[in-house]
Every structure is written in structure tokens, then in C-alpha cells.
Design a protein around this ligand. Structure first.
Ligand code: DQQ
Length: 527
């Protein structure tokens, strides 16, 4: 094991010690952002008998830790307080619905109310005696029924929420209705399901934005088989109480885009009434071993909260962007303009304190002549394409991008880059985050992650990349937030305090950096 405080994050949320996984019940209430999370208060490993940590913030960046909000204490949650969501009821009254593991580890759904609504910190939560409000129904596995969503109210005044499960291999979002938030009745049909996807965890169903007078909804599912968060967009048929996917592929979970093509799971959103925006939280697991977690004394971070919007150009996809408040941590600014990156170029971004940085760059593509030909079979497995093509050579248009947390000799570096291919229907843009050289240590999980970026690159003639570097995290937003990849890396050279950021191009075609802006990031207060 390798122990160092160098791997702790400076501006990504994490508890002062021990284990954290899913974000729970994020909400805005009376001037404060509340953030709860799955937390083991006794050690750095996950335990079924888990509790809810709780922190509050005025700006989503600096946090104050409070006492545990929920701990296993009653027959309906004595074996664990698992994930759940918050709903703000009329009259500005928050309520949490969460999964409890009961005396026989059955997964049941419970409510908890603030003990004292006049306490803006909402320190104490009461679990009414009438819990559980929802129990597993006939025909499902009682250990595969969890993670209630935020509730919403229909035109008929009834409250609705969904709970994830699996039936005969099909992931399902089971719909419940209630008139008083205490008695819940299961709808005959699920809100949505997909064939053969396996268990659905942490389902999130929310309006994302308007397109041509229609409200587009986002359905996000944490697919337990792959441990990936996927989403699809569609409309909500309120009469039939079902989600209608925008295209045929919404019934095939394999075609659902991923929220993040890296190490993110169990994410969820909430509506921020203060700034009228939808904010997302997502857990990023460690990529080192349990032995390392024990030695470090902590495990798990949250990605930077992101604003979710519907793509304004055609209403067809999700756009993700770090909350603007993050920019308050930006310090010294470094700007580079009009830099030609010929084949083989490696240009250092000088002056960055590179374990805490925010780098924004725009690449211009003057020529597509050398683009490699796209094989349609590649569409299903972008990580494989990233693995096989790599970052360091044999390109056409790209690979170009950034090498971060990089040693002088590049023996350690994390490569975040694009490759552009010529396909039958226009061009395909691949975005990769290659961690294979991120650390000299062999025992780490060091994948090459990747996804396609849904842009018209030929028309745009350019593509942007924003990368947040924070010790053991590299979180990158490609194409203005159309594709996102978060990696966890543990470079040994970080311990020597000597790393660099480079812009590079190993394609045959010259690319140009029209502008690069980078900032050193100061430390957020998170404890
Ligand atoms: N984590 C929670 C569950 C959820 C899973 C338990 C997802 O409620 O399904 O810690 O990471």
C-alpha cells in the first residue's frame, strides 16, 4: 500500500476520513445546500450497515460537516440506511425517502422528516413509526428493490416516486403513487424498463428542459451489472404515467449514453431553487486496492457538482458543466493563444501548480484530410478503441489533447485526448482518458476510458476540452460538456511534487490551440 495525503482532494468533496459512496438526498433549503452521502463512520471500507453523512454549504464548494443524519436504529433500517432522495413538500417542508435494510435485510422504503424545521441545518431527522412506507412486492427479490427517487406531483395532485428493481433480468423503475406521502400504491406498469439490463440502482427521473414547447425528461439509471450510470431522454406521458423515449434506442440500454465514461456511479440530481438550475452529484470510487484504502484511512470522493441542461442546439442531449461557483477557487491565470501543434508537438503549460488546476482549451482543426477511416463496429466499444489506438502515436486528425500529472520524461502521465475519424455519415469524434501510464504502480486499476462526442466537428472546425485536476482526480469535459470522463489516478511523482501539464498532438494533421486558459486552484474548505 501507498499512503500519502497527496491523494486527498483539495476541491472535490470528501469526508475528513473513512468510507463514502453514493450521494444522497441533495437539496437546497432556506439558504443552504444540503449534501448527504453513504458513509461508514467506523472505517474506510463499505459496510452494508451503512449510515448517512451530512454536510451543508452556501456555495457548493466550501462545506461544513454535521452529525450523521441517519443511522441504523429501527426495525425497518436496523441493517443499514441505504440510498435515497429528498423532496420539498408544499410549505417548504423537506422529506427524505430512503431504503432501509430491515431485521432480515429485506430492502424496504422509509420516510424521515426534519425534527425541527426552524433549524436551517436540519441536523436531526425523525423516522415515523408507520415506516416502512413501501415493502417489496410479490415476485421480486427482496434484496433487489431500492433507492427511491425524488417524488413529483401530478396534475391529479397525487405524489409519485420510482424505485429500482430487476425482474427476469430486466431492470425496472417501479412507480408508486400517494395522496399523503405516507400510504403508497404501486402502479400496474413500471415507469420504464429495459430488456436484459440487470438491476437498476439509483433511478433519477427529472425534467431537463423545454424543446419546441415540449418538456424533455431525463431518466438516469445506475446499471448494477456494469457499475455505470446511463441516461436517456424522452417525454413523460402524464395520462398513462409512462416515460416515452425519444428514439428506439431508449429501449436498448446498451445504446444509452453514459453520464460519465470514467469512474462515476450512483449519481443523482436536485433542483436548485436559489439559482433555478438542476445540479448533479456523482460518486467517484477509488481505483486503488482495499489495502490502500485501509492504509489511507479513506475512500471515495464526489465529482464536482455539475449543472445539467438540455442541449440548446437541437434538444437531443444532456450538457454537463461544473457549477460556476467552482470558478471562485481559480487563482493565477495562464493564457496561451494561437499555438500551432504540428505532428509530434508537446507544449508545456508553464506556471501551473499542477496537482490543483483547471485547464480550458480550444482546439481548431484546419484540416480533416488525414482522418482515419471509421469502422462501424467500433461504435459499441469506445474504451476498446481508446485502448487500441492510444494517445501517443499513429494518428490522423488526433490524437491531440492534454497530458496531465505528467513527469518530465512522461513515464507517468494521464492522457485526455480526441481522435477524429471519417465515417460513412460524417465524422466521428472519440474522447479518451487513458490512465494506463498514470502511475508506475502495477496493482492499480488503470483503464483507458472513452466515449464519442456528439458534435458536428466538420461544421464547427473546433472542439473544446476542460480538465479539472485535483490530486487523484482528472475530470474532463469534452465538446462543451457533451462527453465527460472522470479518472482516479495515483501518480508516484505527485509525492515528489513535480508534475507538468502539456498540450500535445500526435496526429499527422496540424491542429491549433486558438486559446488555452489555465488556473491554479486554491483549496476548498471541506470539513
Ligand atoms: N449503494 C447503496 C445502495 C445503492 C448502491 C448502498 C449503489 O442503496 O443501490 O450503499 O452504489
Amino acid at each position: 500500500p501507498m499512503v500519502s495525503s497527496e491523494f486527498r482532494t483539495a476541491y472535490h468533496f470528501q469526508p475528513s476520513r473513512y468510507w463514502m459512496n453514493d450521494p444522497n438526498a441533495p437539496m437546497y433549503y432556506k439558504g443552504l445546500y444540503h449534501f448527504f452521502y453513504q458513509h461508514n463512520p467506523d472505517g474506510p471500507l463499505w459496510t452494508a450497515n451503512i449510515s448517512w453523512g451530512h454536510s451543508v454549504s452556501t456555495d457548493l464548494i466550501h462545506w461544513t460537516a454535521l452529525e450523521l443524519a441517519l443511522t441504523p436504529s429501527r426495525p425497518f433500517d436496523i441493517s443499514g440506511c441505504w440510498s435515497g432522495s429528498a423532496t420539498i413538500l408544499p410549505g417548504d417542508k423537506p422529506v427524505i425517502v430512503y431504503t432501509g435494510l430491515d431485521t432480515v435485510s429485506r430492502e424496504v422504503q422509509n420516510v424521515a422528516y426534519p425534527k425541527d424545521l426552524s433549524d436551517p441545518f436540519l441536523r436531526q431527522w425523525t423516522k415515523p413509526d408507520y415506516n416502512p412506507i413501501i415493502v417489496p412486492f410479490e415476485g421480486i427479490d427482496v434484496t433487489l428493490f431500492r433507492d427511491p427517487s425524488t417524488a413529483w406531483q401530478g396534475k391529479d395532485g397525487l405524489w409519485r416516486l420510482i424505485v429500482g428493481t430487476v425482474m427476469n433480468g430486466d431492470g425496472k423503475a417501479i412507480l408508486y403513487r400517494s395522496h399523503d406521502f405516507a400510504t403508497w400504491v404501486r402502479a400496474e406498469d413500471p415507469l420504464h424498463f429495459t430488456n436484459g439490463s440487470g438491476m437498476w440502482e439509483c433511478v433519477d427521473f427529472v425534467p431537463l428542459g423545454e424543446w419546441e414547447g415540449v418538456t424533455k425528461y431525463l431518466l438516469k439509471v445506475s446499471m448494477y451489472n456494469a457499475l455505470h450510470d446511463h441516461y436517456t431522454l424522452g417525454t413523460y406521458d402524464e395520462e398513462r404515467d409512462v416515460f416515452v423515449g425519444d428514439d428506439a434506442s431508449s429501449n436498448d440500454y446498451r445504446m444509452w449514453p453514459r453520464v460519465d465514461y470514467g469512474s462515476i456511479y450512483a449519481s443523482k440530481t436536485f433542483f436548485d431553487g436559489a439559482k433555478q438550475r438542476r445540479i448533479w452529484w456523482g460518486w467517484s470510487n477509488e481505483s486503488d486496492s482495499a489495502a490502500d484504502d485501509l492504509a489511507k484511512g479513506w475512500a471515495g470522493i464526489q465529482a464536482v457538482p455539475r449543472v445539467f441542461t438540455l442541449d440548446r442546439t437541437d434538444g437531443k442531449r444532456l450538457i454537463q458543466w461544473p457549477v460556476e461557483e467552482l470558478e471562485s477557487l481559480r487563482r493565477e491565470k495562464i493564457t496561451m493563444k494561437n499555438i500551432e501543434l504540428r505532428t509530434g508537438s508537446l507544449v508545456e503549460v508553464r506556471g501551473l501548480s499542477v496537482s490543483q488546476a483547471d485547464v480550458e482549451v480550444e482546439f481548431e482543426l484546419p484540416s480533416f484530410v488525414g482522418a482515419e477511416t471509421f469502422d462501424e463496429n467500433w461504435i459499441v466499444d469506445p474504451p476498446k478503441l481508446c485502448r487500441e489506438k492510444g494517445a501517443y502515436g499513429n494518428g490522423g486528425v488526433g490524437p491531440f489533447g492534454l497530458l496531465v500529472l505528467a513527469a518530465d520524461s512522461l513515464e507517468e502521465n494521464t492522457a485526455v485526448f480526441f481522435r477524429v475519424f471519417r465515417a460513412d455519415q460524417g465524422y466521428k469524434v472519440l474522447m479518451c482518458a487513458d490512465q494506463r501510464r498514470s502511475s508506475k504502480r502495477n496493482e492499480l486499476y488503470k483503464p483507458a476510458s472513452g466515449g464519442f462526442v456528439d458534435v458536428d466537428i466538420k461544421k464547427d472546425g473546433k472542439i473544446s476540452l476542460r480538465t479539472l485536476i485535483d490530486h487523484s482526480v482528472v475530470e474532463s469535459f469534452g465538446g462543451g460538456g457533451r462527453t465527460v470522463i472522470t479518472s482516479r489516478v495515483y501518480p508516484t511523482l505527485l509525492l515528489k511534487g513535480n508534475t507538468h501539464v502539456y498540450a500535445f498532438n500526435y496526429g499527422t494533421e496540424t491542429v491549433k490551440i486558438s486559446e488555452l486558459n489555465a488556473w491554479n486552484m486554491s483549496q476548498a474548505q471541506i470539513s
